[in-house]
Design a protein around this ligand. Structure first.
Ligand SMILES: CC(C)(COP(=O)(O)OP(=O)(O)OC[C@H]1O[C@@H](n2cnc3c(N)ncnc32)[C@H](O)[C@@H]1OP(=O)(O)O)[C@@H](O)C(=O)NCCC(=O)NCCS
Length: 334
């Protein structure tokens, strides 16, 4: 059961936090010296304009999460801890989603959090909830010598953002789930269904390393805090085509289609391409598909059909691909 946290939960909350920190080497628990806010967590969060929740089992708190506003319109999600015996049942997810819903209801645009570099299981957890690594790391002057990754995500509506190398690497599993869902739904995007998650993860690792090398621009789209879409622009064209880039892997999760997500990603990737000095974008896509309709609607020019280009998901029937291009408003480099 999730309920509002109270100051008199302090003893149980401190025990939960100490237990979690004790799982990682070098993490020192000094509540009075370094985390006195845990001794009156409800008052602490209320003073910051936020709130705290606990997961209660048999009358005792076994986990918590809190949230409060930051100066720039984002809300921080903090103090996410769940005692080990109670993990795996969705309680931590419920706690974070409760905090996110509160932040959203109070007008939060983004959620942000910090997570110690050592807390690798927490990173997987946040990444499943749609968070991506964002901004620089920070070092705390504490007894644990903590170094923390920043994570963030948009909370409401459709938001498209560009991922840098750290963001791309942290989004691999979320993007793999989108790719698997699209392929299994019959999308013609290089793979046959059923697509194994490990193949999808291997694909996105290649993409994030290309992002890190500056060879690709990668976008992710969130719908109410979940990653549901992606598209990429391949900048690594030959020397005599410095002005051209290839658009690829425009994907929207089947459950999130026809909400304008594809259109929004298309507009943003075109803008990113222009900023990168690309004024001619090209792509190929399955003829007579949703994607063909999207590119036409986005003002792309079709320039031909190649018959029998790729096999359909039955692994047998060849299907045609349609070539498209779009000129952006940018002069020829001289
Ligand atoms: C193509 C795809 C990305 C579109 O995503 P989406 O978020 O549903 O697209 P949008 O909601 O932004 O649609 C924008 C416009 O595209 C066109 N469109 C998109 N899907 C369409 C469909 N199923 N039928 C007809 N038109 C469609 C419409 O003009 C639409 O505008 P409208 O909704 O105002 O009529 C999605 O269907 C997808 O992931 N398909 C599988 C993967 C794929 O084939 N990718 C292309 C690789 S090159």
């Amino acid at each position: 059961m999730i309920r509002a946290g109270r100051d008199d939960d302090a003893a149980d909350i401190c025990a939960v936090v100490a237990g979690c920190w004790g799982e990682y080497p070098g993490c020192v628990t000094d509540i009075e010296g370094e985390a006195p806010e845990l001794l009156a967590i409800a008052t602490h969060c209320a003073r910051r304009g936020g709130a705290v929740w606990v997961e209660e089992i048999d009358g005792r708190p076994v986990g918590l999460a809190c949230t409060y506003p930051l100066p720039d319109g984002a809300w921080e999600i903090a103090k996410v801890y769940l005692a080990r015996p109670h993990r795996g049942g969705g309680a931590a997810r419920d706690l974070v989603e409760t905090a996110e819903a509160f932040a959203r209801a109070h007008g939060a645009t983004h959620a942000r959090l910090w997570s110690d570099m050592r807390f690798d299981r927490a990173h997987t957890f946040y990444e499943k909830l749609g968070y991506v690594r964002s901004g620089p790391i920070r070092a705390l002057a504490d007894k644990s010598n903590s170094i923390e990754f920043g994570y963030a995500k948009p909370l409401s509506g459709v938001v498209v953002e560009r991922l840098d190398a750290a963001g791309a690497a942290s989004a691999e599993s979320a993007l793999a789930r989108v790719l698997v869902a699209c392929v299994d739904d019959g999308a013609s995007v290089s793979f046959f269904p059923p697509m194994a998650m490990r193949d999808a993860l291997a694909f996105w690792r290649k993409v994030s390393s290309a992002v890190a090398r500056g060879e690709k621009i990668l976008l992710a789209a969130w719908l109410d805090g979940a990653i549901v879409g992606t598209v990429q622009l391949d900048l690594a064209t030959p020397p005599n085509q410095p002005h051209r880039a290839d658009l690829a892997k425009m994907l929207v999760h089947p459950a999130a289609r026809r909400h304008g997500i594809g259109r929004k990603m298309l507009a943003r990737i075109e803008a990113e391409g222009a900023v990168a000095g690309k004024w001619l974008l090209t792509l190929d896509t399955l003829a007579d598909s949703n994607a063909e309709a999207l590119y036409r609607a986005g003002g792309w020019t079709e320039c031909g059909l190649i018959p029998d280009y790729a096999l359909d998901f039955d692994r047998t029937t060849p299907r045609a691909t349609m070539l498209f291009y779009k000129r952006l408003q940018q002069p020829l480099p001289r």
